[in-house]
Design a protein around this ligand. Structure first.
Ligand SMILES: *[C@@H]1O[C@H](CO)[C@@H](O)[C@H](O)[C@H]1NC(C)=O
Ligand SMILES: *[C@@H]1O[C@H](CO)[C@@H](O)[C@H](O)[C@H]1NC(C)=O
Length: 422
């Protein structure tokens, strides 16, 4: 969702501002319900080398691979939020949102990782932003990592492929808890690590552009193994940060901490047992991949069966590290989709669901699963969101669930106009 996150942000805000247009009133939601907008640092901040920020993986990717993002675009200026955040907060205030989910740019806070100093100008920027939000009664909902790492992490560890990055992330999270935790009550460690690792190490479409046949022809990578190694290091980085927060900050700061996963809802394409299993497997490769280890200490059985030795194992110490559960789960829910089995019938597996041997399709017997949207492969399926929320809440011990991203698809063309105007 790299390309779409900024979009959903504004749309959620519009939903909050004009619920009556949808036949739904704000007072039909419980008191304290958070209506929000969501963004990510790289997609909106710009100021890519200002105030001692270092290059991150996306800066390098967009500058060295023109076309890495459509039309050769990059985030050098983006929405210029770094300079125009006051206007952006004012817009959100006028729309009536009461929470704002944004991510912190790691390379702004620790340009050289834990071996360099904390960049006080980076801290000062987020201090100003948080102050502006609180002044308008908007709750900051802060993501520590939304796909971006200082470039130095790439050169030093191979970013998420190297175990050394866990200590780096733990340190970075600690700096953020200490600097902002007196005001930030909602933390999430990672945004969509399940989607990021697939795009970065399976399909090769995000930095560091790793993949291998049949998934693609990148200069390096192993699509059957690397996504799982990266995920393993992300899970252990997450666990280290959660432990630290719970042990050293939560009691005095009174906040909560969670993780956000991308979550398509998979329906079997047919009633064949194979397709029913395929839908199960797709879900398992989508969310249980990350949430099962956090809640139950290990990867789901379906993944172990399919991936065998390519799926890393947790040592007993690592399982122990993961015993501190999250306070909430965030799901980014954009679509429901049909799942077709690719073990019993041949299909194109060079896709997001390929390693699960599943083909995702929006169409059954010529009928689409929901209203098509401006995003290819995404359909408007309200019941899918209901099922997804219920599934996560029930499987994971009744843990509170936030829908941390979605899109009110009818308004996408409207948003495009707004984006063009700026
Ligand atoms: C950037 O770093 C340099 C060298 O440490 C320092 O002199 C300068 O004040 C910093 N700039 C900002 C805006 O903090
Ligand atoms: C699957 O079976 C159920 C129950 O018999 C039925 O309602 C449903 O329409 C069937 N779905 C498909 C895709 O055939």
């Amino acid at each position: 969702m790299a390309a779409a996150t900024g979009i959903c942000a504004v749309l959620l805000a519009i939903l909050a501002a004009a619920p009556s247009a949808r036949g739904l009133g704000r007072d039909e939601f419980p008191p304290g319900f958070l209506f929000g907008a969501a963004t990510s640092a790289y997609q909106i901040e710009g100021a890519y080398l200002e105030d001692n920020k270092s290059l991150n993986n996306w800066d390098v990717f967009t500058h060295t691979r023109p076309g890495g993002i459509r039309d050769g675009r990059n985030g050098d200026v983006a929405d210029d939020h770094y300079h125009r955040y006051m206007e952006d907060v004012e817009i959100m205030h006028n729309l009536g949102v009461n929470s704002y989910r944004f991510s912190i740019s790691w390379s702004r806070i620790l340009p050289r990782g834990r071996l360099g100093g904390v960049n006080s100008a980076g801290i000062a920027f987020y201090d100003r932003l948080i102050a502006a939000l609180l002044q308008k009664g908007i709750e900051p909902f802060v993501t520590l990592n939304h796909f971006d790492v200082p470039h130095e992490m790439e050169t030093r560890y191979g970013s998420w492929l190297g175990a050394g990055i866990r200590e780096e992330f733990d340190y970075y999270a600690d700096v953020c808890f200490r600097a902002f935790g007196d005001r930030v009550k909602y933390w999430t460690t990672f945004n969509e690590p399940n989607l990021f690792t697939k795009f970065a190490y399976l399909l090769g479409e995000y930095p560091p552009n790793h993949c291998s046949p049949p998934f693609g022809a990148c200069n390096s990578g192993n699509s059957r193994r690397e996504p799982y190694v990266a995920a393993h290091n992300i899970l252990l980085s997450h666990a280290a940060a959660v432990n630290n927060y719970k042990k050293n900050y939560q009691a005095k700061q009174g906040g909560s901490i969670g993780i956000v996963v991308a979550m398509k809802w998979y329906e079997p394409l047919t009633n064949r047992t194979e397709d029913i299993r395929a839908a199960r497997r797709a879900l398992s490769f989508e969310v249980e991949w990350f949430l099962d280890p956090i809640f139950f200490g290990d990867y789901p059985r379906e993944m172990r069966e399919m991936l065998s030795a390519n799926l890393p194992k947790f040592t007993p110490e690592e399982k122990k590290l993961m015993q501190n559960k999250v306070d909430f789960i965030g799901i980014n829910q954009y679509t429901a989709i049909y799942a077709r089995d690719c073990i019993s019938l041949p299909c194109n597996i060079m896709t997001y669901e390929g390693n699960a041997m599943v083909l995702a399709t929006g169409e059954r017997d010529g009928v689409l699963i929901g209203k098509p949207t401006a995003f290819k492969g995404y359909y408007d399926v309200p019941q899918g969101m209901e099922q997804a929320v219920k599934y996560v809440n029930e499987r994971y011990e009744n843990t509170p669930v936030y829908v941390t991203e979605n899109v009110l698809y009818d308004l996408v063309p409207f948003f495009r106009v707004l984006a063009t105007e700026r």
